[in-house]
Write a protein that binds this ligand. Structure first.
Ligand SMILES: CC(C)(COP(=O)(O)OP(=O)(O)OC[C@H]1O[C@@H](n2cnc3c(N)ncnc32)[C@H](O)[C@@H]1OP(=O)(O)O)[C@@H](O)C(=O)NCCC(=O)NCCS
Length: 119
């Protein structure tokens, strides 16, 4: 994903989703994971901002969304720095470690402010 002396630091993923009619409601959902030694060094938010630029440039879809856990402060901050906005709480989104847990849903829309990654 980010190469420094050709070192792999992690990966991003993206997939097309829709709200029922692919022709009129398609959007992207993204995810990211960095290897532990590369976290907290400014790579995560930049990678997600760059991925948004790439997806908006190479597809017509107007919306990119990302979900995260309420306890994942790093990803929440990373998404906001990458130009995402919190849309809301997805109640009982996931069964994990013995109980149903809420999720946070973020999105970035085509036309939202582009984020310079050299800042
Ligand atoms: C979540 C993740 C992608 C964030 O990327 P990152 O490179 O570590 O984070 P960044 O260096 O870009 O930091 C972005 C912001 O988060 C903050 N941050 C980073 N790690 C943090 C932590 N552990 N706790 C609190 N804030 C943190 C940074 O300080 C920065 O905010 P600031 O500019 O206000 O200081 C990365 O940590 C990761 O891969 N984690 C494990 C996998 C994961 O959780 N993926 C997302 C699943 S939804």
């Amino acid at each position: 994903m980010v190469e420094k002396d050709e070192v792999t630091t992690g990966m991003v993923a993206w997939g097309r989703r829709d709200f029922g009619n692919p022709a009129t409601t398609s959007y992207w959902e993204i995810g990211i994971v960095l290897l532990p030694e590369w976290r907290g060094r400014g790579i995560g938010w930049r990678a997600q901002a760059m991925l948004c630029d790439y997806l908006f440039a190479h597809s017509p879809y107007p919306r990119i969304q990302a979900g995260t856990h309420p306890e994942n402060i790093a990803e929440q901050k990373s998404l906001v720095k990458a130009g995402f906005q919190l849309e809301g709480v997805i109640r009982s989104a996931e069964f994990r470690a013995g109980r149903w847990r809420d999720g946070y849903l973020y999105s970035r829309i085509r036309g939202d402010v582009t984020v310079p990654i050299d800042g």
